[in-house]
Design a protein around this ligand. Sequence first.
Ligand code: SDX
Length: 428
Amino acid sequence: MSDKATLEINGQKHEFPLVTGTENEVAIDIKTLRGVTGGVTTVDPGYKNTGSCESAITFLDGEKGILRYRGYSIEELADKADFLEVAYLLIFGELPNAEELAKFHADIKKHAVVDDDIKKILDAFPKAAHPMGVLASLTSALTAFNPTSVNVDSEEEMYNAIVRILGKFPILVAWTMRKKHGMPLDYGSTSLGYVENILQMMFKRPDEDYTQNPILVNALDKLLILHADHEQNCSTSTVRITGSSHAGLFVSLSAGISALWGPLHGGANQAVLEMLEAIKEDGGDTKKYMAKAKDKSDPFRLMGFGHRVYKNFDPRAKIIKVAADEVLGDLGVEDPILDIAKGLEKEALEDQYFVDRKLYPNVDFYSGIIYRAMGIPTEMFTVMFALGRLPGWIAQWKEMRTRKEPIGRPRQLYIGETYRPFKEIEKR
Ligand code: SDX
């Protein structure tokens, strides 16, 4: 293959370098486009064909349904690693040895407290507030209690900021849920593992000891791994572009939480459960919802289906579907919603509309069924997505800042009014 792309504009030919990644993906480097063509740019709503950066963190192959973190397959990581190992891998680029992992967890535990004044901010929210709005606000509020900006050129300062947010974020997640349920705010215990402690902070009743259920621990650990990173998705791109102005890590994460909330993105896991519940209330009439999803005059979409990159099965959905069966079986939970989900999946995979558009179940289609079986309320599902995605957001923010990438500022194609003189109000 040639190492150049040629573009002809108004009879003039321009050459641009072709760059090839380690997985043999090819991109046109158009850094000089506007300069050499006298102002011609590109336009690509939703960036469906446009790469925002070069990254060494996560590789997706949407046609083959491949997902790898730093070269390790999602299947092996979900099966053999734990969430803290995967967080370390994403952020620092290598799987930790036993000593590195122990130190990482110990350093995180040192920061697993928040200023008590956070409780005053939390108390100001009505119980009806959506947990994602509360979490985005509390994450941003952490800046008030940790005001010093991170010197990204200092490995020590960067490391300390990373373990600080990894220690504090689970507390914000747990307290967001407990506030909604009117439960006292629990700190858990530093004697526990990372995921065990999250479960204890979320579920411990004030009047009882909390007994860890290994089924729940394993299920949550696997779900967090599966959500940990996903290259330049909407919320990660938000974290990167926010951080590109040199805004701090915590506020960049808060921006990512807000982007993730949308029902087309991380908010889909909540929307899937609400859709499945509606189908159940409708007597399990999946055909009606399939018809709605295909009706262009109806804004309804089959939530949990389709993906910008995966035009094959989302490998995470495959793993979560198996886990849903296992977890519900182990817990002895009979949930008709799971059967409705499986029926809907079967129908969609045989429907020409979905086949033609290569719409397969994505990560959000089955995850809520497990969260629900674990006793996590539907409104908290996207918060759990954010908890999993935290290390990925951190890794991507760190990569962007340490590579000294320029501030993100896309171009546009102006299609508005051309010049017109001001019109006095009496003449309008
Ligand atoms: C996540 O990017 C990531 O990596 C995200 C994520 C991550 O880990 O960060 O994987 C997490 O966000 C998963 C996606 C969760 N969202 C949903 O489940 C919401 C439902 N899905 C969609 O709205 C949609 O599929 C998107 C948003 C996920 C992707 O949309 P695209 O790539 O912009 O595709 P599109 O909207 O242009 O759709 C192409 C066609 C259209 O039909 P035509 O105009 O060609 O006739 O497919 C149709 C769409 O109408 N379509 C659907 C559909 N998804 C796409 N039709 C019905 N139901 C759907 N779910």
